[in-house]
Design a protein around this ligand. Structure first.
Ligand SMILES: NC(=O)c1ccc[n+]([C@@H]2O[C@H](COP(=O)([O-])OP(=O)(O)OC[C@H]3O[C@@H](n4cnc5c(N)ncnc54)[C@H](O)[C@@H]3O)[C@@H](O)[C@H]2O)c1
Length: 320
C-alpha cells in the first residue's frame, strides 16, 4: 500500500500509524520520509491529510474508519469492509452524511485477469452466465480470529458480484474447524441469484497445494481463470452443448461442441496500483470507486449470511 500510493502522481504518503513498534521501525527503514506514530488518532486529527487507509484486522475497521470519516477524511478500508452488516450500514450512512469517499480493497476487481473476464462477459462472447465455480485453496495462513469464509471467500463474492453485475438472493454454506475447533478452516458456499445462475466457492487453508481457479460457464462458451498461473491466466473455451427434445424419442438428446481454446490478453499492471489510482481519482473527482463502500457492504452481507448458514448446517439464508 505504501509503495503503491508513494508511486502515484499527485499523492504523498505523509504518515503511518501502527500499534506495533516493530512495524513502525520497518516503515521508517523503507520510507524514511514518512512520519510514524503509534496513535492512529494523530493521523485523523492532522488537517493536511485528505485520505486514510485502514489496513488493520477486520474487527477494528469500523471504529477506525468511523473516526477518520468524522474528522473529514476519505477512507480506503481493507477487505472485509466491517465485521458485521450493521457496522457496514452505519459506516456508509456516516460517510454519506459527511460526503466522504469510501473504497474497499477488493483488489481482484482491479486485476487485469478479472477485467478481461468482465469484458468478455459484457461483450456477450460467452452468452448468459449460468455458473461460476471457484476453488481457493492453500496451506496457511491459518487465522484464529476470522474463518476461512471471511478471509478467502470474500474475494470470490466480490469477483462474482462484479462479473455478474448483481448480488445473490440467497446463500447456503457449510464448513468445519479442525484446527482450533472455533473458526472454520474449510468452507463450501453456494450463491443463488434468483434464476438459473449459480455460484459456488470452495476455500481451505489446509490444502496440500495452492489452487486459485474459477470456471465461468456461459450458454455459448466457457472461461477458465487460473490465478495461480504466472502467464495465460484467462482461457476462453469454445465448448458447449445443445439439448434436443424430440417427441418421438423417449429421452432428450445432448450434443456436445468441443472447439478450440484461446488465451486471452490481459493487462499486466499491478491490481493494487489500480486500486490506489481509482481511490485517488475518486477523492479528486468526488466519485464512486469501482470497489466502493457499497461493494464492501454487499460482500459483508453475504459473509454474515454464510456464517449463519454454517451454524445452521447449510440452511439457505435469504438476502432479500
Ligand atoms: N485485500 C487483500 O487481498 C488482503 C490480503 C491480506 C489481508 N487483507 C486485510 O488486511 C487487513 C490486515 O490484515 P493483516 O493480516 O495484515 O493483519 P495484522 O493482524 O497483521 O494487522 C495489521 C497491522 O495492524 C496493526 N493494528 C491493529 N490494530 C491497530 C490499531 N487500532 N491502530 C493501529 N494499528 C493497529 C497491527 O499492529 C499490525 O501491524 C485485514 O483487514 C485483512 O482482511 C486483505
Amino acid at each position: 500500500m505504501i509503495r503503491n500510493f508513494s508511486e502515484l502522481k499527485g499523492c504523498r504518503v505523509k504518515a503511518v500509524a501502527d500499534r506495533s513498534a516493530e512495524q513502525l521501525a520497518l516503515v521508517k527503514k523503507l520510507y524514511p520520509e514518512v512520519a510514524v506514530t503509534s496513535d492512529a488518532g494523530e493521523l485523523f486529527r492532522d488537517e493536511s491529510i485528505d485520505g486514510v487507509i485502514i489496513a488493520t484486522p477486520i474487527p477494528t475497521h469500523y471504529k477506525l474508519a468511523a473516526e477518520a470519516i468524522r474528522h473529514g477524511k476519505d477512507v480506503l478500508v481493507e477487505k472485509s469492509f466491517t465485521a458485521s452488516l450493521s457496522e457496514a450500514r452505519r459506516l456508509l450512512a456516516l460517510a454519506e452524511a459527511k460526503k466522504r469517499v469510501v473504497a474497499v480493497d477488493h483488489t481482484f476487481l482491479y486485476s487485469g485477469a478479472v477485467q478481461a473476464i468482465k469484458k468478455l462477459i459484457d461483450s456477450g462472447a460467452i452468452g448468459r452466465v449460468q455458473y461460476i465455480d471457484s476453488s481457493r485453496l492453500n496451506l496457511g495462513r491459518i487465522k484464529s480470529d476470522i474463518s476461512v469464509i471471511w478471509d478467502l471467500m470474500s474475494h470470490d463474492i466480490a469477483i462474482m458480484g462484479y462479473l455478474l453485475g448483481r448480488t445473490p438472493t440467497s446463500v447456503s454454506a457449510t464448513g468445519i474447524s479442525h484446527t482450533l475447533r472455533t473458526v472454520e478452516n474449510m468452507g463450501y458456499m453456494t450463491l443463488f441469484f434468483g434464476d438459473d445462475t449459480i455460484g459456488h466457492v470452495t476455500a481451505s487453508w489446509v490444502a496440500p497445494l495452492k489452487v486459485r481457479r474459477m470456471i465461468i460457464g456461459g450458454t455459448k462458451k466457457m472461461i477458465v481463470y487460473d490465478d495461480a498461473e504466472a502467464h495465460d491466466k484467462v482461457k476462453l473455451y469454445d465448448v458447449g452443448y445443445t439439448v434436443t427434445r424430440d417427441n418421438s424419442q423417449s429421452r432428450p438428446r445432448f450434443d456436445y461442441r468441443r472447439g478450440g481454446v484461446s488465451v486471452q490478453k490481459i493487462n499486466g499492471g499491478e491490481a493494487l496500483g489500480g486500486l490506489a489510482k481509482d481511490f485517488l481519482r475518486c477523492m479528486n473527482e468526488r466519485s464512486l470507486p469501482v470497489s466502493s463502500g457499497k461493494t464492501g457492504l454487499e460482500v459483508v452481507q453475504v459473509l454474515e449470511a454464510a456464517t449463519k448458514s454454517v451454524a445452521a448446517n447449510g440452511k439457505e439464508i435469504k438476502l432479500r
